[in-house]
Design a protein. Structure first.
Length: 285
């Protein structure tokens, strides 16, 4: 029954989005679709800006090039030599992502397209429509996180804020996780909000796959299994957003999995105590 109902919901979502696209194309068949063009250009600018500015060294070189050598020295010192440099670096990275992913898309929606943010998935209405799929994804991800948390590439990457053994989690780790979660909201707003809902009138159901391409590319440089998983997650989260017309389940999925990954990595590194429990769980998987 669940499979039949899920298939019915999938078909309904597909037909609804395709009908919406067909009507939009029929109304604007002979006019230039400036909205899709602006979404693509804005996305390219956002990803370019976040790629360069998320590396603090680029900002240092930029400040030096502008003749602001004192600022460049102070910023470099904070990022490299300061006692809390390991905390400042991930906070800076997350702040750049949050600003880049939110600012330009929000400007386009509010002042260029003159549309509501709720049209791009920010409203809470209907956010629980796919809660079963959300729970299923967590059930699938939990054992995978436990397994891959034992790999060298995983431990080298996570958590971005590296808590030292014996260091208290409060307040720095909690502050970092707050920035990390806000970064996931910004990410979902850009990909499952701005790109997906900003192009569905043109591409219909296939806006999901259009959005998945740049979403996969921002994972380049991470462990390969995670990058491949991003393709699957991009399609599933895109479908969830297209069906429910909001981004919140995607935010919840990302925050939940990210927290599991960070906690697993901390246990493996001994920052939260003995890793015996995790070793036993890995042996069972």
């Amino acid at each position: 029954m669940f499979t039949r109902k899920s298939l019915s919901v999938f078909i309904t979502t597909f037909l609804r989005s395709e009908a919406y696209s067909y009507k939009a194309l029929h109304r604007n068949l002979r006019s230039f679709d400036y909205k899709v063009a602006l979404v693509c250009i804005a996305t390219a600018l956002v990803l370019t800006g976040s790629y360069y500015f998320s590396d603090y060294r680029y900002l240092v070189s930029l400040l030096q090039g502008l003749g602001l050598t004192d600022w460049a020295k102070q910023f470099r010192h904070a990022m490299t030599l300061h006692a809390d440099a390991g905390f400042y670096q991930p906070i800076y990275w997350a702040s750049v992502i949050i600003i880049c992913y939110l600012a330009l898309p929000a400007i386009c929606i509010k002042w260029v397209f003159r549309e509501k943010f709720s049209d791009y998935g920010v409203a809470f209405k209907g956010s629980l429509k796919c809660y079963r799929l959300y729970l299923l994804m967590l059930v699938i991800m939990a054992p995978l996180v436990i397994y891959f948390s034992a790999t060298e590439s995983f431990l080298k990457m996570y958590p971005f804020y590296n808590v030292q053994p014996g260091e208290s989690l409060f307040p720095k780790f909690f502050i970092w996780e707050s920035f990390y979660f806000l970064q996931f909201f910004a990410l979902e707003f850009l990909f499952r909000g701005f790109i997906l809902h900003g192009t569905k009138h043109r591409f219909g159901f296939y806006a999901i796959f259009f959005m998945t391409v740049p979403y996969c590319m921002i994972h380049f440089g991470k462990p390969m299994p995670e990058t491949i998983a991003a393709i699957i997650a991009g399609v599933i989260l895109g479908y969830m957003s297209l069906k429910s017309r909001n981004i919140w389940l995607g935010v919840f999925v990302h925050c939940s999995v990210a927290l599991m990954m960070d906690v697993a990595a901390l246990f493996r590194k001994g920052a939260l105590g003995s890793e015996t429990v995790w070793s036993n769980l890995s042996n069972l998987s």
